[in-house]
Every structure is written in structure tokens, then in C-alpha cells.
Write a protein that binds this ligand. Sequence first.
Ligand SMILES: *Cc1c(COP(=O)(O)O)cnc(C)c1O
Length: 539
Amino acid sequence: MAANGLPARASAGTHTLSQRYLSTRGEDNDFSFEDVVLKGLASDGGLYIPEEVPKATDWQQWKDLSFNDLAYEVMSLYISPSEIPPADLKDIIARSYSTFRSAETTPLVHLKDNLWLLELFHGPTFAFKDVALQFLGNLFEYFLIRKNEGKTGTDRHHLTVVGATSGDTGSAAIYGLRGKKDVSVFILHPKGRVSPIQEAQMTTVLDSNVHNLAVTGTFDDCQDIVKVLFADPEINKTHNLGAVNSINWARILAQIVYYFYSYFSLAKSNPSFSVGDKVRFVVPTGNFGDVLAGYFAYRMGLPVDKFVVATNENDILDRFFKTGRYEKKPMITAAPAATGGEDAGVKETLSPAMDILVSSNFERLLWFLAYEFAETAGMDDEWNKKQAGQEVTQWLKDLKTKGGFGPVYQDVISSARRSFESERVSDAQTVDTIKGFYNNLQYVLDPHSAVGVTASERSIARSDSKLPHISLSTAHPAKFAGAVELALKEEPSFNFTEKVLPAEFVGLDKREKRLTEVENDWQKVRDIVRNLVDEELKA
Ligand SMILES: *Cc1c(COP(=O)(O)O)cnc(C)c1O
């Protein structure tokens, strides 16, 4: 194989020449990467996936690449050079990761024995969502600059990003989009219900295109308002709405990179591990975006033994991998359609970024499971894809109307279990793990990362092989001060300010803030969005 750059592109054959995207519900296909990024959700309600997952046949040659060069190799298999020329893609990547505080972008830390921690929190907002949202912000900007070349005034294409957050997504989206031309960003958060540090992170960004809306309601109310706005013909007539939530394909794409990168970090730092050997990845999971990116890396060729999906007490995914049933509420086999499980609430836990009722990105895995099942019938690929789309549509319909579906066919759950295991971790176990790792290793875990590490320890104890485990660390402990202090308050040597608090957070709460309070009423939110975008465009 030849030197860097060329071989990966050449060996992936036709995929790099034109990578197109289809919807998981089968009604929509043949989309470009740009369409997929700007639209977010397919018009049939499905999520976009690549028509072919590219095989990275010479991935082993990527071992010594820098994070950015590796990101380029991975991403160029999914983005046609005719859409984003190589030099431009390299530039977008370089700008996206120049904001990270670690030279390695996502460093791998050895905790003990066969357990490693992949620190994903060295971006501007101290959570792993920066890896994807720094990239997405620059992509939006890139596409808009291109659309607006030579245009002035009202001819310019203006994007209005609207999103709801319970904390992490909002701050990462704001830091990804602040100061970007031709984009306004509106982030709705439930007033008084996000942690003080998260509120301060969002509201102290004073760029004129950033708008924080504090809604008098819950996170679910905020999400409902966003959904209604996306479906509202009036605002869609005058504004191009853009989505930054984790269903956006570009977010998954950016996250594939660190699975390869951490695998190579392991090989470089550990003489007994060679490129080609298998690892386990353990992923603290909510909406299934992070672990799904790992699954793409695996389908591209990365040697992964299993992904361990780690959930908190909101355990719909853990129940699926154990029972084959995907249900909002456990055991609602005979639930009346009228209730549809809608009243089964989310449980508030110490790892709030994983507090979900259903995982939006799980639909993408379901498509692959249905596709593999269809393949066993021996028909052509077009038929297999059609079948997969129909199966997913039916499952999602049952989820909506009956609150769940399954058990799925034995072959489907078996194929899921070939690549995945799952663990459910309680708040009490999360606290114990934070304590244990502080006392034994002086390492302070945030509660989400602690859910993953707890699951890692179970997997290590269970499997007789000595496979290396890479456990993903999704947030810096300072972001979740409440849970960390709860776990460590009785440790005599522990002092939050000294051991955890980063310089960037000191005094953040005293800085100037900008936010707009709004009632829990979607029409009022719509008026505010319109007025503020108008003001921005006039300025
Ligand atoms: C978003 C988030 C998660 C969950 O990631 P998914 O991609 O939704 O599964 C886990 N931990 C933290 C800190 C997060 O912000």
C-alpha cells in the first residue's frame, strides 16, 4: 500500500466517488451529504444513513496518523470529494479540533489492568458533544458561505437553528455556532432546571447570533415546542430551520473518528496489543448516538469484540438487549393503545444526559438489524433495503401507538447480541464507582463516565478473556459537581475547587448573561424567534 492519503480513497472503490444517503423508513433516498446535514430528519420521519457503509480496507495504515489526519481519512469515505473538496474538508477538520485543550484531542488514559478511559471532554464545553458540534457548526458555515456566494441582503440563505436542551447539547451547540455568519441559534432550556454551570455556560455567550430562551416548563415542554415549530408551515415559509440534535448524521460521522483513534492509541502505548487484535468499547448511553458511531467503525472494519451499552435506570436499551422487546414501560404487552405508554415518565438520575425514555438513534441500528435479517432471504440488495425500511417503519409505528414492540425475531436479537451487550447501572452504584476510583486511583469520574466504568468492571469480571476495555468518558467531572460532591463529600483529602474545578469555570457565574424568558407556549416562542432573527438581519 502506498503512503498516506491516497490508498484509503482508492481502496474504498466507488464509495468515495459518490456517497449517497437513504432514510431508515425507506421512502426517501439518493440524498447528498449536504442535504442530509441541512435537513437533519428525512421527510418520511426516518433518519439518514449512508446507502453503503464504506469498508476501510487499509485502515491498519492509519495507525500513526494525527487525530485530524485520521478524521480526514474516515470522513472522506462518507463525503464525496465533489461535495467538499479534500482541501476544504481538511480545513474544516483543522478548525473544528483546534479548540480542544488536549494535543491528542481525545486522549486515552490507562486506569488499571485491562481498563482504559477515553477522555472525550477536552473541547470548549467540557463534554463529548463538542467533538461532533464543533464540526457541525463549521459544516453549516461552510455550506452557507457556498450558497451565499455573491448574494447580498435578503437573497442570502439564512439558517435558524432551533434546539431544546437539558444541558449538554445546548452549550455544545452554542459553542459550535457562536459568531457564525448567516446562522441564528435558539436554544430552549427549562427555566431553573439545568445545572448552574450549564446555565452559565450557555447564557454568558454574548454573540449576537446566540439566543437562550428560558422556558417556564420542563425539558419535555421545550422538546415539544421545538417539534411543533419544525412542523409549523408558517415559520417554515419564512425561515429555514436547522437541527443540531443527535439525529443529525454529521454528529455520528464525527464520532466515528475517536473509535479508530483510541484503538491506535492503545496499540501505540501497549506493547502486548497489536493492530488487528480485538477490543471492547463500553459506552455510557442515552440517545444511542455515541455507541452507534462505534458500530459504524466496526462495520468499516475495526476489530471490536463487543460494544457494552451502559444505561442508567432509564434502561429501555438494556431491556432490549436482554429481552428483545423495546418498550417505554417494561412488560406492557397488553397495554391499551390509548395510553401508548406515554405516561411512563423519565426517571431523574445522577447522570441526567442519559435520562431518556426512548433512544432516537436506535432506529439506525434497527435498520441494520432488519437489513441483515432480510439478507438471509437471498434476494437482491434493493429488496433487502426495501424490507429493512418496511420493518423499521412498522416497529416505530408500534412504538408510537402501543408504547413498544417485540420481542423481535430470534435471528434479529441474535444478530444484535453478536455486537452488543448491555448493563444497567443504578445511582447508588454510580456513586460507589466515583468513590472507589477516587480512593484507589485518585481519578475523579463524572457520573456518566462512572456508569460506563461500572459496566466495564462487570464486563471484565464476566469475560474469561483478557480483552482490553476502552471505556468512554463523556464529561468532565466539574460539569456535574452535584453528583461528584455527593459521592466524595466524606473523603477527607477531597476538595472540589482544588481537585476538579477547571480555570475556565472560575468566575463564570459572575459574567454578564443574556437570556430571554418565555412562557411555555409555542406561538410565543415562534414570535420571539421571528423578531430576534429580523433584528439580527437588520443589524
Ligand atoms: C449526551 C451525553 C451522553 C449520551 O450520549 P448519546 O449519544 O445520547 O448516547 C452521555 N454522557 C454525556 C455527558 C452526554 O452529554
